[in-house]
Design a protein around this ligand. Structure first.
Ligand SMILES: [Zn+2]
Length: 301
């Protein structure tokens, strides 16, 4: 489907009613018209009061929101659409308390759950892509400071591995994954699926990155020496790490390590699409619609 560019005024005009949002959702789910998910028939009755489409051939019923993050929501689609728009537009992220106020959402729990669902859609979409070619990989600790150890092994913080693909001295795409520990097994488990086969990875030579030297993959350990020098040797990962830490401090005022991965997903999702900003809304909405497989109980709800 053609992704549209949209300003905030375009957005406001286009999605001012629930009906307009439903129509847009319909067109994104069924760009070539309605299709029965069970028998592929193209004609349906629409039950207005329950928002259900019933197949004229086999009688199967499907709701417009089945299998999307909006399923069974009590929040109007108008608010969901605004939230997706705003979360996609704000480069450094947007606080849930701000969204709650702006969109007049009753409880913090509701807006927080909505935010987590949108982040999950971002994470699942990005997980479909692999980094390729030349990249830097390094690790860091993210979260609220606790007095004690510093460096690898800092207590109470989320351990995170960051990979940034670059070409001609410009960063292209990035992924950040929380890891259980800095062991080779755990780093490999967290990040291996996000890396292509044909890569050259620069690291500081930490022994756990040994798995990067296999098959077509090349590992270029660079002895960094002091922490200051690491910034020169692996510049892109350090810029991204500084940005994500700044965001978490400034916008989210700290994140518990339980939810770190979702925030990292949100950050990387926007970073990876920074050159397609005007299309961000439709791209993110599409991720929210196709977020996960549809279960039967959801289809028939
Ligand atoms: Zn059917």
């Amino acid at each position: 489907m053609q992704q549209e560019s949209m300003s905030i005024l375009d957005f406001q005009n286009k999605f001012s009613t629930e009906e307009a949002c439903q129509e847009h959702l319909f067109n994104m789910r069924w760009p070539n018209g309605y299709r029965c998910p069970r028998c592929d028939h193209d004609q349906a009755y629409f039950h207005q009061n329950r928002h259900l489409y019933q197949c004229k051939e086999c009688g199967y019923q499907v709701s417009l929101t089945a299998g999307t993050i909006f399923h069974k929501t009590r929040t109007p689609l108008v608010k969901w659409f605004w939230m997706i728009f705003l979360m996609g537009q704000q480069k450094s992220g947007i606080a849930m308390t701000s969204l709650q106020r702006m969109l007049e959402i009753g409880s913090y729990k509701t807006v927080w759950t909505m935010g987590q669902k949108i982040r999950k859609a971002m994470s699942e979409r990005d997980a479909q892509y692999e980094l390729a070619g030349l990249m830097e990989i390094d690790d860091t600790y993210i979260g609220s400071s606790k007095p004690g150890k510093r460096g690898r092994g800092a207590a109470g913080k989320a351990k995170v591995v960051v990979a940034v693909e670059f070409r001609e001295d410009k960063p292209r795409f990035a992924t950040m994954q929380q890891v259980e520990s800095m062991s080779e097994d755990d780093i490999c488990k967290a990040i291996d699926g996000r890396l292509g086969e044909d890569i050259t990875a620069r690291t500081d030579g930490w022994k756990a990155y040994g798995f990067l030297n296999s098959g077509k993959r090349k590992h270029q350990p660079i002895v960094v020496g002091s922490g200051k020098n690491a910034v020169n040797v692996l510049p892109w990962v350090h810029i991204l790490i500084a940005n994500v830490k700044g965001n978490i401090r400034g916008i989210y005022h700290g994140v518990s390590s339980k939810h770190t991965n979702r925030y990292l997903s949100e950050f990387c999702y926007r970073f990876n699409r920074r050159f397609w900003e005007p299309q961000m809304f439709d791209r993110l909405l599409s991720a929210c619609i196709n977020c996960r497989t549809i279960t039967f109980s959801e289809l028939t709800a």
